[in-house]
Design a protein around this ligand. Structure first.
Ligand SMILES: Nc1ncnc2c1ncn2[C@@H]1O[C@H](COP(=O)(O)OP(=O)(O)O)[C@@H](O)[C@H]1O
Ligand SMILES: [Mg+2]
Length: 244
């Protein structure tokens, strides 16, 4: 069991009416690995997250998390098995304070102990760098801070696998560098990360391995160095991105 990758996705497919959003995609994420998922808009990255997190049922394929087949399980069951995710564009509770937002993921836990919860809030606030903003209202935060809060919420239950959907969007270069360093610290805590991100430079410097999607299909997979010089990736994505 320990030799099995933490996440195994095999032959994954998702069809929406006539559209094939994800088409026969296979990849794995090992324990303590940061895997990037990149590709042009509409490539199927967010849909892949929605399949892995149980929000949508796949049309085909298998998904195993920590040796367990999770296809067909409810999202909350998959969370209980160790998965956490953030949402593209963030999804915090704008009327609640930073601390109250961080406590939301703990509410579903029966018999939660208040001392442990308060301690976890303190740890996560420090980890994501929001300790000074603990009492600020979520909706009043700068966008970069809202993104960090979303990551903090995802960390509250100590996931084994964290899915981040464009966490650096709306961040300036200094904020992106700091957030990328934080993603590497998340990995150092033993958490595996699946990172969807448009900032190619940040992806290249953050990820151990990268999977490239285009029109729902996996067109390449490799180390950042391999991906950077892959002609198919340059053609479908990197070339266009440099010009953008
Ligand atoms: N709930 C949905 N219903 C219908 N089509 C969808 C839905 N979600 C995504 N799609 C379509 O699936 C394709 C892949 O989308 P998405 O996974 O969001 O791409 P990405 O995150 O790579 O930009 C797009 O053509 C998108 O319009
Ligand atoms: Mg997306």
């Amino acid at each position: 069991m320990a030799a099995e990758p933490l996440l195994q996705v095999a032959g994954l497919g998702k069809r929406f009416a006539g559209l094939v959003a994800v088409d026969d995609v296979s990849f794995t994420a090992d324990r303590g690995e940061i895997v990037g998922l990149i590709g042009p808009n509409g490539a199927g990255k967010t849909t892949t997250f929605n399949l892995v997190s149980g929000r949508f049922a796949p049309s085909s394929g298998r998904i195993r998390l920590d040796g367990i087949d999770i296809v067909g399980l409810r999202p909350d069951r998959i969370v209980a098995l160790g998965l956490a995710r953030t949402f593209q564009g963030t999804r915090i509770f704008p009327g609640l304070s930073v601390e109250e937002n961080l406590r939301i993921p703990l509410l579903a836990r029966a018999g939660a102990d208040e001392r442990a919860a308060a301690e976890r809030v303190r740890e996560v606030l420090a980890f994501v760098g929001l300790a000074a903003l603990r009492d600020s209202i979520g909706g009043s935060l700068a966008y970069a801070h809202q993104s960090l809060l979303g990551i903090g919420m995802a960390l509250m239950r100590r996931p084994a696998l964290l899915l981040l959907d464009e966490p650096f969007a709306g961040m300036n270069p200094a904020e992106t560098r700091a957030a990328a360093a934080m993603v590497r610290r998340i990995r150092a805590e033993g958490i595996s990360v699946l990172l969807v991100e448009h900032d190619v430079a940040a992806v290249m410097e953050t990820c151990d391995r990268i999977v490239v999607l285009n029109q729902g299909r996996k067109i390449a997979e490799g180390t950042p160095g391999e991906i950077h010089r892959d002609p198919a990736v340059i053609e479908a994505y990197l070339g266009a991105d440099v010009d953008a």
